[in-house]
Design a protein around this ligand. Structure first.
Ligand code: IPD
Length: 256
């Protein structure tokens, strides 16, 4: 467990680095392709990750650090940070204002802290294992709507060409049942939106641990459920499919 003081410092740090996104020079993003033209990185992803790495490891020196932009060491340590400096980099690069910072702290491979910050709307989502989930200090809970009255988020797994067709099939299925569907381009914002009752379910065929580690704890602490699309437990060591929902009905039945 970590102290209240360290937890508060972590939250302040996430807000501080998130606010960097509000002050960027869009003419100097230094966009580079990581794997193909769907998967990009800007100099701000790297800058925010570097700052998070330095400050988080100052706060919890015995932890290891895994970040989207390439840090990955000592995976066997008891404590591990899993960080996405900018979830929704494509949105960020296009000024769509739908991106978030995501920081999870895991103990023995289980998230015990999840902090996600959306700087454009000043929304701080947070959870500690066993203590509930909060949005800007107010307790949040998943909705009690069924899918027929609800909103489904359908991710496109943009970095995996082979999943495009199946992603569209799932989208078609969900949108024929739900009130409506959405695709925000940030898994973190989509999962946190389900956690705070703004939507009912989010599904995506392949995402990385930094896309869901923090938000999945927030969702669970808000009364939701998160599994793979086969109904198995998610782990935090490898890419996975994901279905994150308000737990009101068995959403898996719509995928088969
Ligand atoms: C991406 C976003 C996107 C999801 C991708 C993620 P990134 O994160 O969350 O919504 O579809 O699978 O990788 O790459 O912008 O941090």
């Amino acid at each position: 467990m970590i102290s209240d003081k360290i937890y508060e410092q972590m939250k302040n740090l996430v807000i501080e680095v998130g606010n960097i996104m509000l002050e960027v020079d869009y003419d100097k993003l230094d966009i580079n392709e990581k794997q193909g033209n769907h998967n990009i990185v800007t100099k701000y992803d790297i800058l925010i990750q570097e700052k998070l790495k330095k400050e988080l490891l100052n706060l919890v020196p015995n932890a290891s650090f895994i970040g989207e932009e390439g840090d990955n060491f000592d995976l066997n340590k008891e404590y591990k940070f899993i960080v996405d400096p900018i979830d929704g980099t494509m949105n960020f690069s296009r000024k769509l204002n739908l991106s978030a910072v995501s920081v999870a702290l895991l103990q023995n491979n289980e998230p015990i802290v999840g902090i996600c910050y959306v700087p454009y709307s000043h929304e701080l989502y947070e959870a500690r294992k066993g203590f509930g989930a909060y949005l800007n200090g107010k307790k949040i809970h998943v909705s009690d709507k069924k899918l027929k009255d609800g909103i489904a988020f359908c991710g496109s797994s943009p970095y995996y060409d082979d999943l495009r067709e199946k992603s569209v099939e799932i989208l078609t299925k969900f949108c024929s049942i739900a009130s409506d569907y959405r695709r925000l381009g940030s898994a973190v914002i989509e999962i946190c939106s389900v956690a705070s009752g703004k939507a009912e379910v989010y599904v995506e065929l392949k995402i990385m641990p930094w896309d869901y580690a923090a938000a999945s704890l927030i969702l669970k602490e808000a009364g939701g459920i998160v599994t793979t699309i086969d109904g198995n437990e998610i782990n935090y060591n490898e890419p996975t499919s994901i279905i994150a929902s308000n737990s009101i009905e068995d959403y898996l039945k719509y995928l088969n």
